[in-house]
Design a protein around this ligand. Structure first.
Ligand code: GTP
Length: 367
């Protein structure tokens, strides 16, 4: 009752009811307030439209890197910011997210921060933190941006109810984000990004389960079939050779027999990691079967592929797997098949040729 009575006295109420008598100063005040409210409503509408566009883009992403790169770019450009980046806490799930992003070649700006530090800085809350106290938040800003960013909005992100990091909006203007400012839309954005990230990561995990070898984390044989077809097409389009390196560990049964199956597993993981570390971003490594691996090397000739295989061998000799403190000597034989774009070979022919050459090498080794 009391509130209604007060509202009836307010200049806005009276401006909306011109039949009621009103002083000219009240009228002026009311029209100013109305104009300000209309302006604010238009600003809110524009922000909501931008958020809607950003959300649509998030939904369209089919890969994690497309999601993160598209999102940071969109938020930066649409809200005229200097830089936008992700800071993720150092939990295992986030390490896997960053590893996948690394493989997909996405997200140049990203940070992995200590979970304890992160929770302290955000006071373990899911509310946006707005601050121009940059010194206090140094750990959350990529090193090369530390002199440029003067204020920031930190939007905590949640996955399955757990705080996993933040999307950070950085501005070169110290006045852009100050504590106590209205943060309703930033909170909305944080909720949308959390939902988007949760959904794309769930999709990526399903895809990884279907296309990865669970022991080594390498791509599996099923994935090879798809990638090989793609690479053959690309080799023909770009008129570049494609080399396929078929590798099979020597006498692996003896390693299992001597050191036990668990050490054998650790040895396979070690070999996979060493081989992977020697390959370029555009190459791909697959676990084909038990102790057999395949490397696809786009743009490489047979001679180059042989050189790479020999370098991998030398690397395994100088960095052997271990069981406790003891080194496990492991080597491999290999076969190479290379196609020139004009040769028009099929994936099957390429695989069979490499397998035949691997078999020849094994036989020479046995003789
Ligand atoms: N520890 C472990 N061993 C595996 C795994 N998959 C396959 N193996 C073993 O790898 C060995 C492969 O043996 P073979 O293909 O006969 O070959 P090899 O002993 O390496 O001999 P050559 O290839 O002729 O040099 C078998 O003993 C399998 O049991 C695995 O996931 N973990």
């Amino acid at each position: 009752m009391l509130r209604n009575a007060r509202y009836a006295q307010s200049p806005i109420f009276r401006a909306c009811h011109p039949d009621l008598p009103m002083s000219s100063s009240d009228y002026k005040h009311a029209t100013h307030r109305l104009a300000a409210l209309i302006q604010q409503a238009r600003r809110n509408e524009a922000i909501a439209a931008k958020l809607f566009d950003i959300e649509l883009d998030m939904l369209r992403a089919t890969e994690l890197s497309e999601f993160t790169d598209g999102l940071t770019e969109q938020v930066r450009d649409r809200f005229e910011l200097d830089e936008v980046w992700f800071a993720l806490t150092d939990i295992e799930d986030n390490r896997r997210i960053l590893a996948l992003l690394g493989e997909q070649g996405g997200l140049s700006e990203r940070l992995l921060v200590g979970t304890v530090d992160f929770l302290r800085l955000t006071e373990n809350s899911d509310a946006p933190v707005l601050s121009d106290n940059i010194r206090h938040l140094q750990q959350l800003i990529p090193r090369h941006l530390r002199t440029r960013i003067r204020s920031l909005a930190l939007l905590p992100l949640q996955m399955e109810g757990r705080l996993v990091g933040a999307l950070i909006l950085g501005s070169g203007d110290a006045a852009r984000y100050q504590p106590g400012m209205e943060s309703f839309f930033l909170h909305q954005l944080a909720i949308k990004v959390s939902a988007g990230l949760t959904s794309i990561w769930a999709r990526e995990q399903l895809r990884l389960l279907a296309t990865r070898d669970p022991l080594t984390g390498l791509r599996n044989r099923r994935d090879l079939e798809a990638v090989l077809e793609q690479e053959l097409g690309r080799s023909q389009r770009n008129e570049q050779p494609l080399a396929l390196l078929f590798l099979d560990l020597d006498d692996f049964k003896t390693i299992n027999d001597n050191w036990g199956h668990e050490s054998g597993d650790a040895c396979l993981v070690h070999v996979a990691q060493r081989m992977q570390s020697m390959m370029r971003r555009e190459d791909s490594l697959f676990r084909f079967a038990g102790d057999e691996f395949i490397a696809l090397l786009p743009g490489q000739t047979e001679e180059r592929a042989e050189h790479i295989a020999e370098r991998m061998k030398a690397d395994l000799t100088s960095n052997p797997a271990t069981a406790g403190d003891e080194p496990i000597a492991v080597s491999f034989s290999y076969g190479i098949a290379c196609i020139r774009p004009e040769a028009n070979k099929t994936a099957d022919e390429l695989l069979r040729l490499a397998d035949q050459r691997l078999y020849d090498m094994k036989r020479r080794l046995a003789d």
